[in-house]
Write a protein that binds this ligand. Sequence first.
Ligand code: ADP
Ligand code: MG
Length: 719
Amino acid sequence: MTDRRGAAVEGDPASRLLSSVTSLPGITPLRGRELAEEGIRTVFDLLLHLPRRYEDRSAFRSIGSLRIGEAATVTGTILGGRSRPPWYGRVAVHEIVVDDGTGSVTAVWYGQRFLAKSLVAGRRVALFGKLAVGFKNRTRLEGPEWEILSDDAGEDGGIHVGRVVPIYSKIGSGSYLSGKRLRRLLWNAVHSLPPELDDLLGDAFLVSRGWPSRAASLAEAHFPGLTGVVIPEGSEPGALTFPPRERLAFEELLALQLELSRERRRRRAEPRGIVLRTTASIRDRAREVLPFPLTGAQKRVLKEIASDLASGKEMARLLQGDVGSGKTIVALIALLLAAENGAQGAFLAPTEILAEQHAALFSRRLGPAGIRWALLTGSVKGAERRRILEELSAGRIQILIGTHAILQQPIAFRNLALAVIDEQHRFGVAHLEALGRKGSASAPPHVLVMTATPIPRSLALTLYGDLDISILDELPPGRQPVRTHVREESARADVLGFVASRVAKGERAFVVFPFVEGSASQTEVRALLTHFAEAQKLLPGVATVLVHGRMKSADRLAAMDRFARGDAPVLFATTVIEVGVDVPEAAVMVIENPERFGLAQLHQLRGRIGRGKVRSHCILLVGAGASEEARRRLEEFASLTDGFRVAEADLLARGPGEILGRRQSGRSDFRVADPIAELPLMVLARAEAEKLVESEEDDRLLRFLGEWRSGGSAVPITG
Ligand code: ADP
Ligand code: MG
């Protein structure tokens, strides 16, 4: 039997990790599909869902020695119980008395009717909770964690009590994969492993790091103490340096570095970049399509790119430039260069809005020049999609603009020579590699990655391999820095009055909300659909439009278009406009609940204005509930205009992990490791990967990589 990755599953202990989660007890095909949606397909994928934290429920007490206020686990036999059903608006109550020979204690739960079925007289049970003083001064355990003990379970045999217990974030949107059920599922997964797993990390290496074996690490990371391996004093479960967790983090970083090492080796072995030359006539063409003279920095960067493309080596270049520095036109010229060489180019953006906007620019600039381009996003479906795919593989489309969707379908280019990825901090390494594979097998495309988020060079190297770096350190002429003001939300009417006065002068404005729709739990936060009407009333006679991620692409395009043309000078939006949206007449931005955003994100948002000749204003309407700390942070942001400075401040405020935007969607590209907080581990992984690529059999490396490939990733496994 083989699984989808083609690896043998049966009979091979290491491959146990690759068997489907549906092989575990309790995982129906339906649950299997739910898990798959969350990127969890294999037992290993599931095991990488590490606890969010742990709770020490290991302190056993005899009931007779329980003290008030102390958290402890007791075991005993249920002497009896009684239930009161829910009654006239009062919740159900279930109460039992448990005895262990040293004494007896009452435990009580509220609102959990189903308990009456499980906690019945005669059963042995373990309880974890704090002894409290209740009604009429009687002591009791209120709502303790509980577990029925089977007759043969010793005192340490419990899953949910009597140990250091893992607490997980739930998986998926429902509540099925949460709490005790999820814990039991992971317990089963851990116990489905053979005691020994094939280990790419040698014994000597493990000993030098103080890390347990592979199987023990997986078990201990979930249920500390389960295997009896010795964990040194002072490394608490949950800490980054907890050896079982750290070992798994290292594996993950190693998987990344192995891919990069293999890639480097391949590139060294066969330098076979597609040669794209810049001829005099191409230079003329470029001049024709340019709407303005390039800045010095743009010229320099284009020269660097052109020389890469003509060199016969594969380009892998990172272009960093603050918001508004003019990266798009650099991409456009580079793609034009590919097209004029008779090859194809691809331009990838993180959002549909941005892809649509790029398409509009390409249509204006390259359409008249006779370049054939197409836009492919998730919204392009059916016959249109088929037509585009066909023309791509026939080579009739010269430049494809799109979103991630480009990577998720099987797409064949005829001769892809250059892939440009905009706002890279939103993409994972896997995406990059997938693009690399879209070229013909004999010659991978050149890759240009563009980002406004400054990444330290050392980090960029470890994350993306051997990238060359270009920097756009000059803004187009005539820009004036945006003025940023921090105001209280009580000043909303004033602020919108200001907006109205600017609009009367022919300017345009954004009003940005942190959420599309309000929720009951977040009444203090402004949401677009809930509050825009109220804001609109403060702008009498001003035409407005709405843009958010849940709109149909056509409606959104129409709205953006009305805004861009000035028919509706005020745009109410969520952060879908965060990256790249470019309307030079927009000179005012109001941000509701700015305390909800990270500074880097605010900087991206603010980058939507200050693109024209007039002075732009960004007004942060701080929510009444914002903390002092948040206000201080926003004041600091208001004083900074340079993206690198903002990134620094953000780094200090939020810790390094957030900066790359990896967590903006709540899911990072890394499942265990924090590549920034654990940079030294990354450096170690890089060195180890170089060694392994030289010394280890390729099959073994590939199997390891196969295990680590995200189950949710659309990236195919290739040799
Ligand atoms: P970003 O680097 O944030 O992607 P864009 O490419 O969106 O920046 O460019 C920001 C704005 O600056 C756009 O309106 C663009 O037309 C304009 N722009 C870019 N380069 C120049 C230039 N050399 N001269 C004048 N305006 C420019
Ligand atoms: Mg941009």
